[in-house]
Design a protein around this ligand. Structure first.
Ligand code: PAF
Length: 280
């Protein structure tokens, strides 16, 4: 596996593959890789000729400095894991390489940036768009892979791709959530959970599943309240929001339509913020 740290080197390597007509798959990450990331790499390996990953903890998407500071960083281990799954190129730039000067670009996502995560993480999606647009321009992949655990992020990236980067012709592939045996959605942040919080966290998915099964017995508002109350009954967990939204507009629905509606949630397990979702 090739490790590149500069944009120049990365573009150089990729242009050689492109000249040979190779199809490129790309998985942007912030490192601290888990099986969820590795499944995205595997997905690219089975679809594309060359698989490129990036590891970069992007400062502009953190609205909370503490969160940025404590975000897990495990470069050596990540490189080993990427080698094991057969990734071809990993790009690991510094902050100076990606942001030689302040990125002042402001993106507009037609409103989908202002709901759910957007309400609680000011500027988060603008930061995601800043880094993803740079990475897309440097890698110019045919396919880019994202986990649907970040449901709203996938919608934002699809919008970015369609409205700002259409000339790059990138196909966005959204992949299923990978879960631990007890149902907790895999996330780099799970590494920050102390054992008591780790034991409490599977209640998030368990509660979403329970009310998905029973959804016909409640109004949307009742469902959101029930999910919140039931999770908050555990004193280690604190729901930040539950929203049941239309898959395209991300607006709260009046009525659940199977195949078109998703329940999204953010929960604090102590200081660690976890997100999850379930499709109806
Ligand atoms: O999902 C993530 O890990 C990040 O938001 C991403 C897409 C790598 C951008 O920094």
């Amino acid at each position: 596996m090739l490790i590149t740290r500069t944009i120049k080197d990365l573009k150089n390597k990729i242009s050689k593959y492109k000249a040979d007509g190779k199809q490129i798959g790309f998985i942007p990450t912030m490192g601290a890789l888990h099986k969820g990331h590795l499944s995205l790499i595997e997905c690219s390996k089975s679809n594309d000729d060359i698989t490129v990953a990036s590891i970069f903890v992007n400062p502009t998407q953190f609205n909370n400095k503490e969160d940025l500071k404590k975000y897990p960083r495990e470069e050596e281990k990540d490189i080993e894991l990427l080698k094991q799954v057969g990734c071809d190129i990993v790009f690991i730039p510094t902050v100076e390489e990606m942001y030689p000067e302040e990125d002042k670009r402001q993106f507009n996502f037609g409103g989908i940036e202002n709901v759910m995560e957007g309400k609680f993480r000011d500027g988060h999606f603008n930061g995601v768009a800043q880094i993803v647009s740079k990475l897309f321009q440097y890698v110019e992949p045919d396919n880019a892979y994202f986990g649907i655990k970040d449901f709203q992020q996938v919608a934002i990236i699809r919008y970015l791709n369609k409205h700002y980067l259409a000339d790059l012709n990138i196909n966005i592939v959204a992949c299923d959530i990978l879960r631990e045996e007890d149902g907790l959605a895999m996330s780099s942040r799970n590494k920050l959970l102390s054992p008591n919080y780790r034991n409490a966290a599977p209640l998030i998915q368990k509660t979403l599943k329970k009310y998905k099964k029973d959804y016909k017995n409640y109004s949307v508002k009742e469902l959101m309240n029930k999910i919140t109350e039931e999770i908050n009954e555990n004193e280690l967990l604190n729901v930040e929001y539950v929203d049941i939204v239309d898959n395209t507009t991300l607006k709260t629905v009046d009525k659940i339509i199977e195949g078109q509606t998703t329940a999204c949630i953010a929960v604090f397990a102590g200081k660690v913020r976890l997100i999850d979702n379930i499709a109806f």
